[in-house]
Ligand binder design. Structure first.
Ligand code: CTP
Length: 413
């Protein structure tokens, strides 16, 4: 289902749902009052937990009035049953939404710290949890925050994108909380039966490492982020996901089957084995085009004469899969440093892929970056190009395009 169609029956999907809102201490807490109002107006039953810091920004009375339920601010409010309250709240909820999610709560949740009512309900939550981050630009861009977001996503939590715009600190940049109506829409969307239910998606990610000798190898700069974002997105939308990955720099997300490979030959074997049972194969891995003709059993010693390593081409996995794809949809990725669109079209045609996703490394895009700008082709016809967006958002748009493909509809069981 496209984002547009999902938008159209807004509100219906929230009726009767039990939403636990966790409000933490940021100025965006005032916007969460509107979120609670939107959710209750849509027929959801809402309970609110506030951190001590959140209560400094907006009073619990505001949320009590809007939700029509008592607000929980203290882990020990019920002296008779201190540990019960958060467990009951966590069990009660169909969805938990943390808005605003400060850098502090992201860090606590990523580590499993439970030292107040907000962090404790999160650790105990079994329902899907959505985080709507809000903080200043420096905190949002801090490596620790990026690590925590990555960890939470790998744990299956949904971390919504932070928007760009004017921040309360006066700066303009990323770190702004997503608008309440968009957060409500994402919560609603998380209840929709997955539009990929009944399909199996094979996703490859990361880089291969071609051994030169026992200690050295030939590789590239792929981090695994883009492929992992596709794996998470397709799984969140109900697909059975088989993830085949090489070396990566980020936590491996949950999948229905996971195969770790080291080199191009291993990638080929693992993909060939899984291909028969998939409906869609997304080849996001950066597979080495060359491998040493011989791998030395012993470490190659330094010589004065220098060293020439003979390389032989690896098999083009994508091309060989596309030849025997039958009704399956095969998606390739093309990394181009020049003549991007022309090269992507040529690759789509030569390799016989149904879709080609073009990546052009530049500021904020490509290997190692958390953001990307992609151009998607159906065969050789350009479908759309994104601006620089998070890799999660790029994955959403790619998957939206696949879901619209008639062939996928026919294969959905
Ligand atoms: N690919 C593959 N097997 C290989 C090399 C690449 O299946 N041995 C796949 C990648 O997973 C990607 C697509 O082919 O989906 C394009 O990879 P890319 O490196 O951009 O293209 P190449 O065909 O390797 O061409 P070149 O490196 O010359 O640009």
């Amino acid at each position: 289902m496209s984002s547009e169609r999902r938008k159209s029956n807004h509100a219906e999907g929230l009726s009767g749902k039990r939403i636990l809102c966790v409000v933490t201490g940021g100025i965006a807490a005032y916007k969460s009052a509107l979120l609670v109002r939107l959710l209750t107006c849509a027929g959801a039953s809402v309970r609110v937990v506030m951190s001590r810091a959140a209560a400094e920004f907006v009073t619990p009375l505001t949320f009590e009035t809007l939700s029509g339920n008592p607000v929980h601010t203290d882990l020990f409010a019920r002296r008779d049953r201190p540990s019960i309250q958060h467990v009951e709240l966590s069990e009660w909820a169909d969805r938990v939404v943390v808005a605003p999610a400060t850098a502090d709560i992201l860090a606590k949740a990523a580590l499993g710290v439970a030292d107040d009512v907000a962090s404790t309900v999160l650790l105990a939550a079994r329902a899907p949890v959505l985080f709507a981050p809000a903080m200043n630009e420096a905190m949002w861009n801090a490596p620790a925050t990026a690590r925590n977001v990555e960890r939470l996503r790998a744990d299956g939590r949904i971390v919504l994108d932070a928007g760009s715009g004017s921040l309360a600190c006066g700066a303009v940049g990323p770190g702004r909380m997503m608008e309440p109506d968009e957060i409500a829409r994402r919560i609603e969307e998380s209840f929709a039966p997955g539009d990929l239910a009944g399909t199996t998606i094979l996703v490859t990610a990361g880089r291969t490492e071609e051994a030169i000798d026992p200690v050295r190898y030939l590789t590239n700069r792929s981090s695994g982020r883009m492929g992992f974002a596709v794996a998470r997105e397709t799984r969140a939308r109900g697909a059975r996901v088989i993830l085949v990955h090489g070396a990566v720099d980020v936590p491996v997300p949950a999948a229905d089957e996971t195969v770790r490979v080291s080199d191009a030959a291993g990638m080929k074997r693992a993909v060939a084995k899984a291909f028969g049972s998939c409906d869609v194969c997304v080849m996001a891995a950066a597979v080495s085009d060359f491998t040493p003709a011989r791998t030395s059993d012993a470490k190659i010693k330094r010589t004065k004469a220098g060293l020439a390593i003979e390389l032989r081409p690896t098999e083009d996995i994508l091309r060989s899969l596309a030849k025997r794809k039958g009704g399956r949809i095969v998606v390739g990725f093309a990394l181009e440093t020049e003549n991007g669109e022309a090269n992507a079209r040529r690759k789509a045609r030569d390799k016989g892929c149904d879709y080609m996703v073009l990546n052009e490394p530049g500021p904020g895009t490509g290997f190692g970056s958390e953001t990307n700008r992609v151009t998607v082709f159906k065969g050789t016809a350009k479908l759309f190009a994104t601006p620089v967006v998070s890799k999660e958002e790029a994955a959403r748009r790619i998957v939206d395009a696949l879901v619209r493909d008639r062939r996928l509809g026919k294969r959905r069981r």
